[in-house]
Design a protein around this ligand. Structure first.
Ligand code: BTN
Length: 266
């Protein structure tokens, strides 16, 4: 990948400025810094390799050279109402899952934003907002995709099985083509943020929908129930007997329960 190849691949999409790096600490860190200087809406930061890639809950995210996609998209504050920030999780997951569907795959979304293929996590999303006092400078939507096997984290280093797009597809993937599909889907969905079609599509793609799952809050006991769907803010509705409990992203870990045996967590 290089700047010219990326600009050619993304030609015609209504994006802001594109900044490519052969290697960087974290594209999200760079994009967060950039929001101070008023980049145009949908400016993007892309790197071939990240040396300090970040995942959710302070975890590391591997982006070895040549094997992954690491991109951060900057959304201007006027594009995302403060109340809609949690929907940005869905925005990233919908964009990646649309792009994988274009390749002929059938991805699922482990709420809020992990994209799964054949039970393995192939992509993760890290939305972050940059505030100056009570002023929102911008929202950064970081997307990481395991394209080839070299992007897979070492076995035993993650608590959810990982997968990669090339293995799911059974053939090589041109990263800039996948990048274009992701960003063109993102351009569509950002205009639909929080609309009924946005929420319905996110909900319809949820992994473990209607199945028993365990949600693990940061404090207190795990709660078991069935995934009932999403609220209008993109929070998770869990049916527990005849009652319903709502969980917001960032607050919980989710794991599927099969035959009373929890097998996955993240
Ligand atoms: C997760 O834990 O599932 C979220 C992973 C998000 C990784 C992406 S890669 C591009 C961007 N830069 C980062 O440092 N993290 C995100």
């Amino acid at each position: 990948m290089n700047q010219v190849e990326i600009e050619n691949a993304l030609a015609g999409l209504p994006l802001g400025e594109i900044r490519y790096f052969d290697t960087i600490g974290s594209t999200n860190d760079y994009a967060m810094y950039w929001t101070q200087y008023g980049p145009s809406n949908l400016s993007i930061v892309i790197a071939d390799e990240q040396t300090a890639g970040r995942g959710r809950a302070g975890r590391r995210w591997l982006t070895p050279r040549g094997a992954a996609l690491a991109v951060s998209v900057i959304l201007q504050p006027d594009q995302v109402e403060v109340g809609a920030l949690s929907l940005v999780n869905g925005l990233g997951a919908l964009a990646v899952s649309d792009a994988l569907a274009c390749l002929g795959l059938s991805p699922a979304i482990k709420w809020p934003n992990d994209v799964l293929m054949e039970g393995g996590k192939v992509a993760g999303v890290l939305p972050e907002s940059h505030w100056l006092g009570d002023r929102l400078l911008g929202v950064v939507l970081g997307i990481g995709v395991n394209v080839g096997r070299a992007a897979l984290p070492p076995a035993g280093s993650v608590n959810f099985p990982a997968g990669c797009v090339e293995e799911a597809l059974g053939q090589p993937v041109v990263r800039v083509t996948l990048l274009r599909e992701i960003l063109s889907a993102l351009v569509f969905w950002v205009g639909q943020l929080g609309t009924p079609i946005f929420l319905e599509t996110w909900e319809n793609r949820l992994a473990f929908r209607g199945e028993r799952v365990q949600v693990i809050p940061p404090i207190g006991e795990p709660v078991e129930g069935q995934i009932a769907g999403l609220t209008s803010a993109g929070n998770l509705r869990l049916a527990i007997g005849k009652e319903e409990k709502v969980f917001s992203a960032g607050e919980i870990h989710l794991r599927a329960v099969f035959e009373d045996r929890p097998v996955f967590s993240s």
